[in-house]
Ligand binder design. Structure first.
Ligand code: LFR
Length: 469
């Protein structure tokens, strides 16, 4: 059967990519077309994204993709969750805030004063993260001027097509979606003083949103439809986790490590709330029952600080090699310590956390990097144990996907510390999930999640890490 082509836009907190996906019943391939940096920008009003640059890179990347592969049939967009743009009469009121912006703490206080966290959890099923969209809306004065609020992938889709919608998997990260009905919880928005009129109609992944506006079609060089995919990057990643049994857990590891299992019905108990396990909606209605662990953020911010200190780029593969050669134990700290969530001066802040937890700061960059990696792996293992206990499922395999799957020290340490074999890869699970959902809408591949995952496992064989005693 014929191989078909689509374009996938995948935006992470540290970089964005445009890819061509080629797909058929026995084929699933990605070709990187462009990659561009992304990250927080300090402004007088707080930490924001450089959204204009991001959008420009998306449009250029798509134009380049179409030049390279004129048979592209559609476009899908996924990005990190929770962040949004506010529009009035179709105009963006300000560049979107970055979720690591400190203003959200005010939003947390104001929201919890109106609706206590335990009540919120019973309604939206979300783990507490200080940047969940509802806290951000509460702390954003501009919501009162907005007629529309769109999460990042929805905002990009709107600028490309003129169509406003809220894709459901990402909408589930706002805190304003009812975990039972899976619709906007308008009463909750009212209770929190959040203008519910700005929330657009919800669509499911697989919906054809619309076609490019004439202006965008001219710039991109084709008159293409934009298809809603699992627009929350983690939702797309989990589509492409080649799980074959219910005893499998996943870790989607990039800036964050999202650690959990897929379940069919919410488990809303005191234990799940106290363990801070979330219920994010997946493609085809499954629930991502997971916990956010601070992932490669700790390492990438550390490397960024060292590069600033040196005035030169650091050779990451060489650093990881040296980290893997470190002999003897390194201290393990709490990777989720809240003091590590803001950008800047990461080595100093990690050293403070180490000392506060009674450890000596490791000597030299290799040992320091190893301490970070072991700490992330320890947090992964802890979250895997919680996922098993809270979901009542034994976990016999861990699929580690995303950028972290290339980090051999991390994969082995995760296997060792959890006592469970790790199957690493695919590295580009998110883009693959994006491509798979588009292809399914186009009728290019079979339709069940099991069949999509089987295609991933036939075309991308994982690397196995066996736990060592
Ligand atoms: C991963 C991710 C996580 C979300 C965090 C913030 O890229 O989307 O799932 O909790 O970023 O949006």
């Amino acid at each position: 059967a014929a191989v078909r082509a689509v374009a996938a836009v995948d935006l992470g907190a540290t970089s964005g990519r445009v890819m061509i996906g080629r797909i058929g019943p026995q084929t699933l391939e990605l070709e990187l077309v462009s990659r561009f940096p992304n990250g927080p920008v300090e402004t007088p009003e707080g930490l924001r994204w450089d959204f204009d640059a991001l959008f420009e890179n998306v449009v250029r990347g798509l134009a380049k993709a179409v030049r390279r592969e004129p048979s592209i049939e559609s476009i899908g967009i996924d990005a990190w969750a929770v962040d949004y743009g506010l529009l009035h009469d179709g105009v963006l009121l300000a560049p979107p805030f970055h979720y690591r912006d400190g203003r959200t703490s005010r939003g947390v206080e104001e929201v919890h004063a109106r609706v206590p966290f335990s009540d919120l959890y019973a309604r939206n099923g979300l783990q507490f993260l200080p940047f969940n969209t509802l806290y951000q809306y509460r702390a954003d004065a501009r919501t009162s001027d907005a007629d529309t609020a769109l999460l990042i992938p929805d905002l990009i889709a709107y600028l490309l097509t003129g169509v406003r919608a809220a894709e459901r998997t990402n909408a589930s990260t706002t805190g304003l979606l009812d975990v039972h009905t899976r619709e906007w919880d308008i009463d909750l928005a009212h209770a929190l003083g959040i203008p519910s009129g700005m929330l657009p109609a919800i669509v499911d992944p697989g919906t054809v949103l619309g076609t490019l506006t004439p202006g965008m079609a001219a710039r991109i060089g084709a008159d293409l439809p934009v298809i809603a995919v699992g627009s929350h990057d983690t939702a797309s990643a989990v589509v492409a986790v080649p799980m074959t049994s219910p005893d499998a857990a996943y870790i989607s590891c990039g800036t964050w490590g999202l650690v959990g299992v897929e379940i069919a019905e919410p488990v809303l108990s005191d234990a799940t709330r106290e363990a801070n396990f979330t219920h994010e909606l997946g493609v085809d209605g499954g629930i991502r029952f997971l916990h956010n662990v601070t992932g490669l953020w700790l390492l990438s911010e550390t490397v960024r600080a060292w590069e600033a200190e040196d005035g030169a780029k650091i050779d990451l593969p060489a650093l990881l090699e040296a980290a893997s050669a470190v002999d003897g134990p390194v201290p393990v700290f709490d990777a989720n310590d809240p003091s590590l969530s803001a950008p800047g001066e990461m080595p100093t802040r990690i050293a403070d956390v180490l000392r506060a937890q009674g450890h000596a700061v490791p000597d030299g960059r290799a040992a320091f990097a190893r301490s970070i990696i072991e700490s992330i792996a320890a947090a992964f293992a802890g979250a895997i144990r919680s996922a098993a206990e809270l979901s009542g499922r034994p976990i016999r395999t861990i699929h580690l996907v995303g950028g972290g799957s290339l980090n051999r020290v991390l994969c082995q340490a995760t296997a060792d510390r959890s006592g469970v074999p790790v199957l690493a890869g695919p590295v580009e699970a998110t883009a693959l999930g994006n491509v798979l959902v588009q292809a399914r809408t186009l009728g290019a591949v079979p339709s069940t999640l099991e069949e999509l995952r089987a295609l991933v496992s036939r075309t991308h064989s994982p690397e196995r890490y066996t736990p060592r005693p």
